[in-house]
Design a protein around this ligand. Structure first.
Ligand SMILES: [Fe+2]
Length: 136
């Protein structure tokens, strides 16, 4: 399986898992759902534990804007590929892609008055797919 297809399939599965996890009373860790080493989180960094701090997206909300930053160095050989934002219930909001010359920072406008959970992902070309869930 090509890496690109693996990442896409893992993303689809993880978004579904995250949507399930966002339903009140059903919250589960990625490890509880058998997603260890597929979906990486701060609490479940799997085999990438030593580099977790560089990959978990930092998320802040200001004035209806979701601001995302991944504290990861950017080089042609190793960089953050994208940020994706999915709202509670699996509703896709937006995605920002990067090349290695970019700063891994993005902004996403939340729907007016949105209250709920937000799943934010940061994808590294070498260290896969990292998920951060926040409530706004
Ligand atoms: Fe990385």
């Amino acid at each position: 399986m090509q890496r690109r297809h693996f990442v896409r399939n893992a993303l689809a599965g993880a978004v579904s898992a995250a949507a399930v996890a966002s339903v009140p009373g059903t919250a589960q860790a990625a490890s509880d759902m058998g997603l260890t080493n597929i979906v990486f989180t701060e609490d479940d960094p799997g085999h990438f534990a030593k580099v977790a701090k560089l990959h978990v997206p930092e998320v802040h909300v200001e004035g209806g804007m979701l601001k995302v930053h991944t504290p990861h160095p950017m080089s042609e050989a190793h960089y953050i590929v994208s940020h994706t934002v999915v709202l509670e219930g699996g509703k896709f909001l937006s995605r920002t892609t990067f090349n290695w010359k970019d700063k891994p920072t993005s902004e996403h406008k939340l729907p007016e008055g949105y209250k709920g959970k937000v799943m934010v992902t940061s994808t590294c070309n070498l260290h896969d797919w990292w998920l951060k869930e926040v409530s706004v």
